[in-house]
Design a protein around this ligand. Structure first.
Ligand code: FAD
Length: 381
């Protein structure tokens, strides 16, 4: 698979599988297992898995484009996919003693969905500082933890779980493990009922004395933080921005359609023909959407050719994307008026979905805080 075929396959899955049920899944808060199956069959679950393990070995450029394409139709599915690719990257860069080749082959074959279980009830959005701590056991570690949000909870085949290192001393001395679904003591605490991204099962999960064998320890003791920062953060922030871009594109398309089709019969004109103020607001939405697309392209370039400003771009892009998605979908809500408010269009789903990006960690506020500190030369952690 190359960049072009990956995009074609993503568009095919979006049109044939995601589009027909996105609205109903949102209403019912139903996770789309058929969407995941379609992504698996299309080879997209293994998009970034190294070719020697059966994957396509593609990079950030294709990943971002695929995520944006999926998000344009169903942001919930795009977020499931994004978390899967973040988890896959963590597994693929596991320490040499980890026994994960079969799992990566299963991912490449489209038979395995993974995700991240970082956020904890105790440290909230500060995912880099888990409060749970692993305890050493004869064959591995025992983990007890309250994971506050886990996308694809109860549906994924495995979970990349963070916890304080057995002998860690600082709040960021974490270790990452791969916990298979069905591990005794691992359960979904309660069903997901969010404002937005309602169809992605981002439920809280409990680990109660889960025994994780040594072979599934993904990082060295205490090296979880570095993996979060160097492996997960760039992909998550890029993917999160791509989800925002997909949402913005869909909001522009939905608004254009409404402005063309809704009419003032007494004036003999469509809304778009009649009201320059709406045209001006629509133009603003398009400008913001194209600006976000350029930011994403710039971040992709920085990830492909890392340089001094790369981490700054990683932080900036998600912060900007979160704000842009909220601004663009808010404008769409306003422009489409009562029709949007009364759910006659898909705009209100996009508006709700757009708000998740800003509160998903690292949140927009935390990113601003990090950027400000970095500019002033203040330690981030
Ligand atoms: C749809 C969805 C899916 C999710 N999926 C996953 C997942 O798969 N895996 C996972 O690990 N987590 C996931 N999360 C959790 C997410 O990443 C955040 O941890 C969570 O949304 C934080 O919410 P909170 O109420 O705990 O935030 P809080 O930490 O209570 O933050 C409250 C407010 O304070 C602000 N704030 C906090 N710290 C600072 C600071 N230092 N400086 C400035 N402002 C600050 C925040 O920006 C926010 O506005 C998901 C969340 C959502 C909504």
């Amino acid at each position: 698979m190359n960049h072009e075929t990956a995009l074609l396959k993503a568009k095919e899955a979006a049109d044939q599988v995601l589009a027909p049920s996105a609205s109903q899944n949102d209403k019912e808060g139903r996770f789309s297992t058929e969407a995941v199956a379609a992504l698996g069959q299309a080879g997209l679950l293994g998009l970034t898995v190294p070719t020697e393990l059966g994957g396509s070995g593609l990079g950030p450029r294709t990943f971002a484009a695929v995520v944006a394409t999926l998000a344009e139709t169903d942001a919930s599915v795009a977020m499931v996919y994004l978390m899967h690719v973040c988890g896959t990257a963590t597994i693929a860069t596991a320490r040499p003693d980890a026994v994960v080749a079969q799992i990566l082959q299963d991912i490449a074959a489209g038979k395995h969905l993974t995700t991240l279980a970082f956020s904890e009830a105790g440290s909230r959005s500060h995912f880099w500082a888990p409060v749970s701590r692993a305890r050493r056991d004869t064959t591995g570690v025992l983990i007890s933890a309250k994971k506050s949000w886990v996308t694809s909870a109860g549906v994924a085949q495995s979970y990349v779980v963070s916890t304080l290192a057995v002998e860690g001393t600082a709040p960021i001395d974490s270790t990452l493990y791969l916990v298979p679904a069905g591990c005794p003591g691992f359960s979904v605490e309660r069903p997901w009922d969010g404002l937005g991204l309602r169809a992605n099962a981002s439920a809280p999960m409990l680990l109660d004395q889960c025994l994780v064998p040594y072979e599934l320890q993904l990082t060295n003791d205490g090296a979880g933080f570095q993996a979060m920062l160097n492996v997960v953060l760039p992909i998550f922030n890029l993917g999160s921005a791509a989800v925002a871009l997909g949402i913005c594109r869909a909001a522009v398309a939905g608004t254009v359609s409404h402005l063309k089709n809704a009419r003032f019969e007494h004036l003999g004109q469509s809304l778009g023909e009649s009201l320059p103020t709406l045209r001006a607001q629509l133009a603003g939405m398009q400008i913001d959407t194209d600006g976000l697309e350029l930011r994403i392209a710039d971040l992709v370039d920085h990830l492909e050719r890392p340089r001094e400003t790369t981490m700054l771009r990683v932080l900036e892009t998600k912060a900007a994307a979160g704000d842009t998605a909220i601004a663009v979908t808010s404008a769409a809500m306003r422009i489409c008026g009562g029709a949007a408010f009364s759910k006659h269009t898909n705009i209100e789903r996009l508006f709700r979905d757009a708000h998740a990006g800003a509160v998903m960690a690292p949140t927009v506020d935390v990113l601003r805080e990090f950027i400000g500190k970095a500019l002033l030369g203040i330690e981030l952690f």
